[in-house]
Structures are given as C-alpha cells and as structure tokens.
Design a protein around this ligand. Structure first.
Ligand SMILES: [Zn+2]
Length: 325
C-alpha cells in the first residue's frame, strides 16, 4: 500500500473537496528538482504534511513547527480554491464577453450555431459557460461567498462545497491546476525556510527570501507548457494573503501583502499580459470583500488601460496604508 503523505484521506467523509487534489500537489512538489525534497527530508524535514483546521476555521495558513513538520490549513486551501475559481472564471468570461460585443447580430447568431454544432469539445463546453453571463456571474458570486464564509468562520456544513462547482469535478482541470500550483508555492515557501535554515522566528527579510526562493523554483523548474498555470497559481497564492489583512501593512515578520504580489508580478508581467489582468481581478475581489467596490469602479472608469488602472489601484493601496497610521 502506498504510504500516505498527509494526515488526511479524501475518503474520510465530511471534508472539503480540495483534499482530492492532495496527491496531485504532493507529486508536483516531489517533481521540482531544485527543491531536492529527498535530501531535505534526509536532513530532518518532516515527511508528511499535516492538515489543520479540519473543522473549517482558519487559524494559521501554513507553518513549519519546531520539529520541522509542515502544517497547512485545509480551510485556507478551500478558500484559495474558491478565489482561484472566481478569478479565472470572471477573467476568462470577460474576455469572451468582449469578443461577443465586437460581433454584429448575424455573426453572433452564427457563433451560437457553431456552439450548438460542436457540443462535445472541451473548449466549446468551456465557452458555453461564459455565454450565459448572468448565470456565470451568479455561480461566481456563490462560490466567492462560500470562500468568504470560511474566512469569516461561518461554515455549518461541507455539503455546500460539493453542490457548488468544486475540485472533484472533471471539468475543473484549469482551476485545479492553478490551485495546485498555488499550494505548491505555499508549501515551497515553508520548505524554503527549512532549506535556508531560517530560525523559528523569521525576520521580514527572511520572509522575502522564502517567497523569492519559492518563486524562482517554480519559475525555473516547471516545463514551458505548465509555466503559465504555475505563475498564475503563485500570483493567486500571494493575492489570497491580502484577504487576511485589510490594512495591507504586513506585520512584524511579513512584508506588506500587496508588495509580496508585486515582487512576483514585476518579474513576469511582460512575459504574458494576462498575468496583470488576473491580478487585477483578484485585487477587485479584495476590493469587493472589503467594500471598496465603488472606488474601484470609479478608478477603472477613469483609466485609459489595464496598466493605468493597475497603477491607480497601487496608489489607492499606498494612500490607504498612510491613513492606517
Ligand atoms: Zn514564511
């Protein structure tokens, strides 16, 4: 029998759907050559990942304990999956809507006829979910709410997480890939603390070092065909941290949350324009969650392009931080 790499098996009923991706996440970590996981384990890094927060309340996202075992919050993982789903669905959906708007009514009819004709292909199936925009946004809203319920400690049952789109569904390949890489980044950050021999009480610069090491491992080790998913996953993981601190001022040990996103984004931004678009989507979700939606809508309407909008959001973050003091 295969040795279990975590303390959880998906067959233990009453758990979040994301457990079904555990094996996938672990094998991705094992495949990253520059981590050299086996040597680190030989050096004392705990072999199994311990899932915490099984009841659905987030205590600590992830940490390395005094015995060098990695702990990961299962509840955080499910929250992360939810925001990956929404950001991706909304971002891709808006692209499709923009395409549709450019078509005249004849072309549009033809477009829908084409969709009907090719029922069976995955891409068409994927496009179809965006055509009914109202339905698409409604689903996104529900999934987002289900994630927010986790960070607000309002979970009453796990059932909802299976009735909404979730990680166990075969058509969630794209979201699952992004989520898995996001968790790989989070785990890799903890592994980096161990590999770099950081003390238990890390400093801010050691936190930055762990982020940087986790980023570069993913950036350099992943084969080209999977790189975009890996980078989007990394950005999603870093953006997710912003939801835990409205002030964005970091803390004694951690750099400002928005700065952590920026240090990764600034390296890869020019390689693929959709990285910026995806981060903007997550920033907007953050704005929605903390009731800054109106302000985001205002600065978006005043912006000439995504880059300009993005810079205006960054100025907003900075001003906000000043006023926190
Ligand atoms: Zn850390």
């Amino acid at each position: 029998m295969k040795e279990s790499k975590t303390n959880i098996e998906p067959k233990d009923a009453n758990c979040f759907p994301i457990y079904y991706l555990n094996d996938c996440v672990i094998s991705m970590v094992e495949e990253l050559k520059s981590i050299g996981i086996e040597a680190l384990i030989a050096d004392g890094l705990g072999k199994r990942i311990r899932f915490e927060d099984l009841n659905g309340q987030i205590s600590d996202i992830a940490f390395l304990d005094l015995s060098d075992r990695i702990h990961l919050s299962a509840a955080y993982c499910q929250f992360l999956w939810s925001i990956c789903f929404v950001a991706l669905r909304m971002y891709d959906g808006i692209k499709v809507q923009n395409e549709l708007e450019r078509l005249n009514s004849n072309e549009r009819t033809q477009y829908f006829e084409e969709l009907e004709k090719y029922k069976e292909t995955d891409t068409i199936e994927e496009l179809r979910q965006y055509v009914d925009w109202e339905k698409c946004t409604k689903i996104c809203y529900s999934v987002f709410e289900s994630g927010i319920e986790i960070i607000n400690n309002k979970i009453d049952s796990f059932d909802k997480y299976y009735t909404l789109p979730n990680a166990t569904e075969s058509n969630q390949g794209k979201v699952n890939a992004i989520y898995c890489y996001a968790i790989v980044f989070i785990l890799n950050h903890e592994i980096s603390h161990f590999g770099l021999k950081h003390p238990y009480n890390v400093s801010k610069s050691q936190e930055e070092e762990a982020d940087s090491s986790a980023f570069w491992t993913l950036y350099s080790d992943i084969e080209v065909s999977k790189k975009i998913s890996a980078m989007i996953g990394t950005l999603a993981a870093l953006c997710s941290l912003m939801f835990f601190n409205e002030s964005l001022n970091g803390d004694d040990q951690h750099p400002d949350e928005d700065k952590r996103v920026l240090s990764a984004l600034s390296i890869i931004k020019d390689e693929y324009p959709h990285y910026l678009g995806f981060v903007i989507k997550l920033f907007e979700m953050w704005g929605y969650y903390f009731s800054y939606e109106e302000y985001f809508t205002k600065i978006r309407s005043e912006s000439t392009n995504s880059e300009d909008y993005f810079n205006k959001i960054l100025i907003f973050f900075e001003n906000k931080k000043q006023s926190n003091h």
